[in-house]
Design a protein around this ligand. Structure first.
Ligand SMILES: Nc1ncnc2c1ncn2[C@@H]1O[C@H](COP(=O)(O)OP(=O)(O)OP(=O)(O)O)[C@@H](O)[C@H]1O
Length: 248
């Protein structure tokens, strides 16, 4: 196990026995895992596995049927400076299409008392400086993802929670996001990202939590989870018994 957050003495992210039911449908069942400072943790599983449901609960956008999902020891909604604690991207940029990229960030910065100099920094970090004045409707999917990432970085949060951040990125885009997230984690921050793209994600993460059908089926360092398989994808198929033609 890695060190806990030295500032608070608690786990950066701790999901404990979380179950979420929507009517009769159980989206996730007894999900438990942690994510640690200084590490990029990948939350991986196929479509419908329960990743978004878990992240929504972590961010206080939904309530668990049972269990707890804590950020630095308490629910996200109890944090007094949420944007400085957690930067999140759940749905790409989720920006108004008519808006210019830079205005999307200005709006978030102003409503959270973040100095505008930070906007220039985050645009630079995600490689969007030259496209900042273009309208979001002109952005490619990858550019929207980067804008979402820029928004998540605005508050210089200690924790990043990102739903499918490499979706829609080309190989170069994936490489830049990898560098960015790994550097961010190396500076002592915690990065949790979800993905259904096993091989792309395995190039980014240090630790892995695999979810399938709403249940955690394995977790540990990348090396531990891959163990004697050729790749993370192969490890996943071996763990689930799913054949590679199915579901991915
Ligand atoms: N509001 C809801 N009402 C009913 N069922 C839901 C609701 N939200 C999620 N589910 C169900 O819960 C399960 C988990 O969904 P979730 O979106 O968390 O999966 P996911 O791993 O994020 O998948 P994807 O990669 O497709 O986004 C799915 O079977 C989904 O249909």
């Amino acid at each position: 196990m890695h060190a806990k957050n030295s500032r608070t003495g608690t786990e950066a992210i701790a999901v404990n026995n979380v179950t979420k039911r929507y009517g009769k449908k159980t989206a996730i069942e007894n999900v438990s895992f942690t994510a640690q400072p200084g590490r990029v943790t990948g939350f991986l599983g196929p479509n419908g596995a329960g990743k978004s449901s878990t992240l929504r609960i972590l961010l206080g956008l939904d309530f668990p049927t049972s269990g707890t999902a804590l950020i630095e020891g308490k629910p996200f909604v109890n944090h007094r400076q949420p944007l400085r604690t957690v930067g999140a991207m759940l749905d790409g940029a989720a920006a108004v299409l008519e808006r210019r990229g830079i205005d999307h960030l200005k709006w978030i910065a102003e409503s959270n008392r973040i100095p505008k100099e930070r906007i220039v920094q985050v645009l630079e970090m995600v490689g969007l400086s030259n496209a900042a004045k273009a309208r979001v409707k002109k952005y490619s999917l990858g550019m929207k993802q980067r804008l979402g990432l820029a928004a998540a970085l605005l508050g210089e949060p200690r924790i990043l929670i990102l739903d499918e951040p490499v979706n829609g990125l080309d190989p170069e885009g994936i490489r830049s996001v990898r560098r960015l997230l790994q550097d961010y984690a190396r500076n002592g921050n915690t990065v949790l990202l979800s993905s259904h793209l096993m091989d792309e994600t395995s190039k980014i993460v240090d630790d892995i939590v695999i979810i399938n059908n709403g249940k955690i089926i394995d977790s540990g360092s990348l090396e531990e989870v891959v163990a004697d398989h050729d790749s993370l994808e192969e490890a996943f198929f071996a763990l689930t018994g799913i054949k590679s033609e199915e579901s991915w």
